[in-house]
Design a protein around this ligand. Sequence first.
Ligand code: ASP
Length: 340
Amino acid sequence: MRSKVLLIYTGGTIGMMQDVKTGQLKPFDFKHLTEQIPELNKFDVELSAVSFAKPIDSSDMSPAVWIEIATTIKKNYDKHDGFVILHGSDTMSFTASALSFMLENLSKPVILTGSQLPIGTIRTDGKENLITAIEIAATKEKGKPIVSEVCIYFEYQLYRGNRTHKYNSEHFQAFQSPNYPILAEAGVHIKYNRAALQKANTKKLSVHTKLDTNIAILKMFPGITPNAVEAILNTKDAKAIILETFGSGNATTQPWFIESLKKALTKGKVILNITQCNAGKVQQGKYATSAAFEKIGVIGGSDLTTEAAVAKLMFVLGKASGKKEIEKLLMTDLRGEMTI
Ligand code: ASP
């Protein structure tokens, strides 16, 4: 039985062309993309595709589009063995994180990929990325998929999507997964890191489409003013704030800062502490500069990336009702996104 894979084309550099007048890169239609990859016809996979009517640069990505993608997967779930989402690399980690929360009990591969150079250019990285992503989405062992989670495939590596971060805007290897091992490496063979892969799920897929975007990010820097801190903490309608701290979760001990956080917490807001470092985790109380956080009720976000923290908050705020439940879910590893 040939595997059935659905390609979902959202846009991104992979399908872009240079505008002759302005020289700018703009998304182009799906037909143009497939014409550039005759190899797609040689696959021993039954490929079908859906394309956004108006493909986008992923900087225009939004929760409304995440809902569209999740709904497309839901509608096509039973008819396909795997899914490949073509997406711009700029916000791919946000989308992969969001989908990981929205698609509960996933038992099939959902692989996001794209490229740094458009498919029509000679040195494009798009062909290999797309072809191997399809192969991973189609691969089964004893009738069951090897991968059953939301991943990013880029430059010979398969990553858990909600652990990734786009760290390089020029290298073909654009992504990193600093706190979780690579799930597979593609060489002559595709070598899967079975110990790191999510265990197969036997429950029925449940698709969550309620996301609450009322969040804000407060990034610490030496010299930050009370005005800047207050402005972010008091963002209109914000129910939760991501606090991006130094090192293992530290910030200034100045009383005005702790007082501002306390005020926000008393008003019922949730504050989630994650690190600005690329790797490692928050450990509230390790240093004196984070001891107050634990006392006043700031939630330690362990090794969540900013991308996963944004997606998790939108998902959790959309799902949970009270502050207690929100905080409990934030401290729980829901989809392999954090180390407990
Ligand atoms: N700006 C592009 C996008 O994210 C970059 C890329 O696709 O790599 O859509």
